[in-house]
Design a protein around this ligand. Structure first.
Ligand code: GRF
Length: 229
């Protein structure tokens, strides 16, 4: 799909493979994660309750026994493991092709990264151009990368937060969809701060995905513009 075909416009749908995907067809989400899956569970529950006008059609993990797979299966969702291959921080060529194929076969409209611990590269991002989002546990551009809550605590900031963003070739550098602050409290440990950040994640991620599914978020270069309510 060329970039010119994709419009996350103020319309109830998006262009996908020369076809305008409208509200009649449920917005299809493919979730990738490596961890316990609290975000994936919140997103699946928001689909089930109707908060997100969409459905989770696939959950894939690079970690065989990840909690995210268990939580997805407990909700009756299709969920499986794809071995990531020989690298530690990215997918190898074979694995990348398997991930792309699984998501394309499932016909996903949006790829949702929910604690997916591997960097996605050009081949994957071209296959799902402008259709991959991530949640980061800090207010980007501050504290990109791993254990952002710990970075924030170590730095001594008084406020950190959560960022939902599109995924580009950089690390946590794509256009920002939504952000919310979380205060750092006296006596916070990495665990208590991360727990409060995750509470916010479980609200802001479903709300952002709902807006994307309704076509209420338009991307203009680095900016995203939300339809006024
Ligand atoms: C979240 O804190 C998210 O911000 C980060 O990875 C964590 C995933 O947690 N990208 P979970 O697996 O969704 O519980």
């Amino acid at each position: 799909m060329s970039r010119s075909k994709l419009r996350l416009g103020f319309l109830r749908g998006i262009w996908y493979k020369n076809e305008f995907v409208t509200a009649q067809r449920k917005f299809r989400l493919g979730i990738l994660g490596s961890g316990k899956g609290s975000n994936a569970a919140a997103i699946a529950d928001a689909c089930a309750s109707g908060e997100i006008p969409g459905e989770v059609v696939l959950v894939v993990s690079d970690v065989e026994n990840a909690g995210i797979l268990e939580r997805a299966r407990a909700r009756g969702l299709e969920a499986f493991h794809i071995p990531p291959g020989k690298f530690r921080a990215k997918l190898d060529e074979t694995a990348e092709a398997c991930f792309i194929q699984a998501l394309q076969r499932a016909g996903v409209d949006l790829v949702v990264l929910a604690g997916f611990m591997r960097i996605l590269q050009g081949g994957f991002l071209r296959a799902f151009a402008n259709r991959v989002v991530n949640i980061h546990p800090a207010l980007l551009p501050a504290f990109p990368g791993l254990e952002a809550w710990k970075q924030a605590l170590d730095y001594g900031v008084k406020v950190t937060g959560v960022t939902v963003h599109f995924v580009d070739q950089g690390i946590d550098t794509g256009a920002i969809v939504a952000q919310e602050t979380v205060p750092v409290l006296p006596g916070d440990t990495p665990e208590t701060l991360h727990a409060r950040i995750q509470e916010v994640e479980r609200k802001i991620y479903p709300a952002s995905i709902a807006a994307l599914a309704r076509g209420e978020v338009r991307v203009q270069g680095r900016q995203t513009v939300w339809k006024p309510v």
